[in-house]
Design a protein around this ligand. Structure first.
Ligand SMILES: [Cu+2]
Length: 276
């Protein structure tokens, strides 16, 4: 019984706080419940789908728990010394087949809607190519003079104030706010995953294959993600930074970035020389 009360309390707390807990956008918080705040339409949908499912599973769990408690109290050997010999009940058998099917249908409809929202790429304003290596991400901006650069994790001793440990890279992916960005994801050597929790994006980076995903960040700021596919010994040390800025700031960054970073050609040549 104590276990049951504990379970009920846990479910109750999850329902109360899971949906409404205000987490930071872009980074995880201590004692955070639920997801990071949504910054894209996709993540907003993921959040509401998650909260909806939470109500469904809570209702099912409470109902099943109620049945178990009822059986324990009403049909134990003391309360019910001569049990009935009933083995079949047509009505109840139809019910426990049909009702779960209806519940699954109610879940499937928003689930597929969300899947299509994630998979149907809208007309993109710009494209970014993310290539994973062991253990860093390289980025290309094919629409912006083939700009290319690497993003390497900043080691603990080099962190500036305000830069989170294990999550900061030397170069961030900079994108304008409210732009629909197509991200092409691939990898060298092994499978990685380009994941950005507050964008609702998690896409496998597979060698020899181009995967596509998209996001439309609706708020400016710095957003943190990590490689989310176990890729090797430094898997935990290839974070992802996306800096969402205003269009003016983005244009200014482009001018600076074109001076600072090599074009794709130079970048590849440099990488080739390094690996020789
Ligand atoms: Cu990785």
């Amino acid at each position: 019984m104590r276990l049951a009360i504990g379970f009920l309390a846990l479910v109750g707390m999850t329902v109360l706080f899971g949906g409404s807990a205000h987490a930071a956008a872009g980074i995880a918080e201590n004692w955070q419940l639920g997801f990071q705040d949504a910054v894209t339409p996709v993540m907003r949908e993921i959040n509401s789908f998650h909260n909806f499912i939470l109500y469904v599973i809570t209702a099912i769990s409470v109902f099943v728990l109620g049945l178990l408690v009822w059986v324990m109290i009403k049909f134990n050997a003391k309360a019910n010394p001569t049990p009935t010999k009933t083995t079949h009940n047509a009505v109840i058998e139809v019910l426990w087949t049909v009702i779960p099917i209806l519940i699954l249908l109610v879940i499937a409809i928003p689930s597929f809607r969300l899947l299509y929202l994630q998979r149907d790429l809208p007309q993109a304003d710009m494209t970014i190519k993310a290539t994973a290596s062991q253990w860093l991400w390289s980025y290309e901006y094919p629409d912006h003079d083939d700009l290319a650069f690497d993003a390497v994790m900043v080691e603990d001793e080099d962190l500036q104030p305000g830069q989170p440990r294990l999550l900061t890279t030397d170069n961030a992916v900079v994108v304008p706010v409210n732009a629909t960005v197509r991200v092409i994801v691939t990898a060298n050597a092994v499978i990685h995953n380009w994941a950005m929790p507050s964008f609702g994006v998690k896409m496998d980076a597979i060698p020899g294959r181009l995967n596509e995903t998209w996001f439309k960040a609706e708020q400016t700021g710095m957003f943190y993600g990590q490689c989310s596919e176990l890729c090797g010994s430094r898997h935990a040390f290839m974070p992802i930074n996306v800096k969402v800025v205003t269009q003016d700031e983005f244009d200014a960054w482009l001018v600076k970035a074109k001076e600072e970073f090599a074009s794709v050609e130079d970048h590849k040549r440099l990488a080739g020389n390094l690996s020789d």
